[in-house]
Design a protein around this ligand. Structure first.
Ligand code: CTP
Length: 385
């Protein structure tokens, strides 16, 4: 049997990037042989094993053919006669379809190295179209390697458009769409993920709330989509976490800056989060940002009552983590820390109010709440420190 390093590890090593995880392909072996050597089977769909010591993934060389829609509609054929070239042929992109032999030789039957040098994301074969997840993967790679100058090969973009037109992305399950999106959000240029999806038409199918953005006038000189993209790029540049990136991307999907943040403004965000089963922390922050970012950005002009009302609406005294994330999102949207700093200062002053004296005097419930509110107002209105 021969063993080859394949996929992302070969690609990233050639790009001079750190290799995250190594995958191997085994040619000329059977399941029984690998079991005898102590490899542990994983996954029920494919003949994939974990190495007994390194725990790295070893897969028997296989061919794949789509037999039905969806993820499990694949029939694979793994046998000792499947060649390395056949295994590489079933892969998504040429840059992912290279292998490295034990002696260091590069096996590159589909021009992966040439495409790496030309900075092209290109599909290996028409079989790309058999798996719509590949559209999301490609968009994610575009977000990851944008800084290196990668772009989508024209013929691949055309194929992706045809896949979208044929309804392929409509069959994607929400969990998979979100999993790829959450990963893409953390890439260095997450906005590219959404641009590539827009270019092939998938954005309108998967994120109609975002696809509707371009027509909305928003900030002066920029339409809503350009502004959302720019905000996402700034969030990535500041190294923000996934929920903050998601929130700044979505904040304008409702009404846009300066609009009255009523329920209608957040309906598209609610719809998107429900459909894709977006985790609560992402959803809650996105909603808080959509509802309150416009007021927060005006913090410099707000009086103590308005500041306190905003802090209370944000539940800033109890949800301190989410409030901190909210402030970071506002700083990204405003491209300045000033408004966030003022809100945080107001929160600190309000928090310094000590309720123990009232408690000792027997104040409870609404009475206590009113006294606390009044004292917090005065604290916020007090001289700035
Ligand atoms: N692959 C594919 N089609 C998919 C998923 C995976 O062709 N839908 C192939 C690609 O050759 C890929 C390899 O399987 O390189 C391993 O997949 P995975 O580990 O998911 O991705 P990597 O390319 O290693 O990328 P990452 O750096 O994101 O892990």
């Amino acid at each position: 049997m021969q063993i080859y390093l394949v996929g992302g590890a070969v690609r990233d090593e050639l790009l001079g990037r750190p290799v995250q995880e190594r995958d191997w392909v085994v040619v000329g072996a059977t399941v029984e042989e690998l079991l005898r050597l102590g490899y542990q089977p994983v996954g029920k769909d494919f003949p994939v094993f974990l190495h007994p010591e390194t725990r790295e993934e070893y897969a028997l060389a296989r061919t794949e053919r789509k037999t039905a829609p969806g993820y499990h509609g694949f029939r694979f054929h793994a046998a000792p006669d499947v060649t390395l070239e056949q295994d590489l042929a079933r892969r998504d992109l040429t840059i992912n379809a290279m292998a490295r032999a034990a002696d260091g030789t590069l096996i590159d039957p589909y021009g992966g190295r040439r495409d790496l040098e030309a900075r092209l994301l290109r599909h290996v074969s028409p079989a790309f179209a058999e798996d719509p997840v590949r559209i999301l993967r490609l968009a994610r790679f575009a977000a990851r390697y944008a800084g290196l100058g990668f772009r989508v090969a024209p013929e691949t973009l055309e194929l992706m458009r045809a896949m979208v037109a044929a309804g392929e992305v409509d069959a994607l399950v929400p969990e998979r769409v979100w999993a790829e999106t959450a990963r893409a959000l953390l890439e260095p240029a997450p906005q590219r993920f959404f641009t590539v999806l827009a270019e092939c038409g998938a954005l309108a199918r998967l994120f109609p709330e975002l696809a509707r953005l371009p027509g909305q006038p928003w900030e002066e000189g920029a339409d809503a989509w350009a502004a959302a993209e720019a905000a996402l790029a700034r969030a990535a540049a500041r190294g923000e976490d996934g929920p903050v990136r998601f929130a700044v991307l979505l904040h304008s999907a409702g009404a846009g800056l300066g609009a009255d943040p009523g329920a209608a403004a957040t309906a598209p965000i609610q719809a998107l989060c429900r459909r894709l089963r977006v985790p609560n922390d992402y959803r809650e922050l996105a909603l808080a940002v959509a509802r309150h970012q416009a007021a927060a950005r005006r913090a410099a002009t707000l009086d103590a009552a308005a500041l306190l009302a905003l802090l209370e609406a944000l539940d800033a005294f109890r949800r301190t983590q989410r409030f901190a994330a909210f402030l970071r999102a506002v700083a990204v949207l405003a491209a300045s820390d000033a408004a966030s700093a003022r809100l945080e200062q107001a929160r600190r002053k309000a928090l310094a109010v000590d309720a123990r004296a009232w408690l000792a005097r027997g104040l409870r419930g609404t009475e206590l709440g009113a006294a606390l509110h009044q004292a917090r107002l005065q604290a916020i209105a007090g001289e700035d420190d």
